[in-house]
Design a protein around this ligand. Structure first.
Ligand code: ADP
Ligand code: MG
Length: 366
């Protein structure tokens, strides 16, 4: 059954694609995937079958990528993302996040496994899969010599948007993205944060069902980063758009994402909502840096009932999840054991603790 095809002859509105098959919806999300110019030949980029409308926005099964030369960047990952969900991949540099985004956006061919976007297989139906999504890559791909407006307009043309529609969308997007004053200046003069905003605005011109953001705030100074986080958080309000982002910032994942997959060396080692990921770590963490041997100190704490089975040690640092008693009670109990302690403190658990427990390294320094 054709999903992607070429139509010729005068096209009225967006509806000629229905000629392809009776199975396709004639309204709703289906129509906006079709690009046509009256009287022009036209590609149907993507249409959505009735039965696909309820499917996951992203469905990944056993996805792997081994680069030529043997680097196993992604080692068989599985996840599904619902329509309208914000899903994050959290992991350090080199974990395989960008490779995953590359496979989902059809720029990298998977070694094995499958991935579907809005029901379209990224390998066997790449044009349709691409048409359903937009991506902001980690590396900037703006034309710096052109103005912001020209960058947006060129992108809109590549997507086949009629010039009038493109101008309307550019104007509509510029305001909320704080770009109105900048649009007619060359991108070379934009700050890092302004360029990122322009890139996200550009990705939204095609009104994607799935938006990919690969490390959207990397390299920005903290204030600009927080502004951009607000902007990304605001994207949630935009209808049923699904967002998948990657990050190595814990706060970003916790703040923006409905669910987070923690990625370590090409594998997803945990996947859940941030509260569920943190729940296993109790209300508070007591962190103890001992002077001697971490595992020995931990064994002693466990033997005395000061630490439970969910406590763990990495090097000389012992992490004790505290579930019931206040952290101060645990600190006092540690004191009574006569273990030589360098530093002892309490704090709220973070996803870094989840990562540390699962991998033995800290995300922040990994
Ligand atoms: N084109 C490539 N050829 C070979 N190895 C690559 C290529 N791109 C990435 N890698 C390697 O794959 C691993 C995962 O990289 P990447 O997906 O960029 O991770 P992340 O985005 O999480 O930092 C790293 O070891 C990286 O060096
Ligand atoms: Mg990356």
């Amino acid at each position: 059954m054709p999903r992607v095809g070429e139509l010729s002859g005068p096209l009225v509105g967006c509806f000629h694609w229905t000629l392809l098959s009776q199975d396709y919806r004639q309204d709703g999300m289906g129509t906006r995937d079709v690009t046509c110019h009256a009287g022009a030949r036209c590609f149907v980029l993507a249409v959505t079958k009735e039965e696909d409308m309820d499917k996951d926005a992203i469905a990944v099964q056993g996805l792997r990528k081994t680069y030529p030369g043997g680097v196993e960047a992604v080692k068989g990952i599985n996840f599904d993302v619902d329509a309208g969900e914000v899903f994050g991949l959290l992991g350090p540099n080199g974990a395989g996040k960008s490779t995953t985004i590359g496979m989902l956006t059809t720029t990298i061919v998977p070694t094995s496994g499958t991935a579907r976007l809005s029901g379209f297989d990224v390998v066997t139906e790449p044009i349709a899969a691409r048409a359903a999504s937009s991506v902001v890559f980690q590396e900037q791909v703006l034309d710096r010599s052109l103005t912001g407006r020209r960058n947006l307009a060129t992108h809109a043309r590549l997507w086949g948007l009629a010039p009038g529609l493109a101008s309307t969308r550019i104007e509509q997007t510029a305001g909320p993205f704080g770009l109105a004053e900048l649009l007619d200046r060359p991108v070379a003069g934009y700050s890092g944060g302004e360029r990122r905003r322009l890139e996200i605005a550009r990705a939204l011109l095609s009104q994607p069902r799935v938006l990919f953001l690969d490390e959207p705030t990397v390299g920005l100074d903290p204030r600009i980063r927080f502004e951009l986080l607000d902007l990304i958080a605001g994207l949630r309000e935009r209808g049923q758009m699904t967002i998948m982002l990657t990050t190595h910032y814990l706060d970003e994942a916790e703040r923006l994402c409905d669910r987070v997959g923690i990625v370590h060396e090409g594998r997803i080692v945990a996947l859940d909502t941030p509260p569920a990921l943190l729940a296993g770590l109790g209300r508070e963490i007591v962190e103890v840096r001992v002077r001697g041997n971490g595992p020995a100190g931990l064994a002693r704490m466990r033997a005395n009932g000061v630490a439970g089975t969910d406590a763990f040690s990495v090097g000389s640092t012992i992490t004790i999840p505290v579930h019931d008693a206040p952290g101060s009670v645990v600190i006092a109990a540690v004191d009574t054991l006569g273990i030589a302690v360098d530093v002892i403190s309490t704090r709220a658990p973070t996803l870094d603790d989840v990562y540390l427990r699962l991998t033995g390294t800290r995300l922040a320094v990994a």
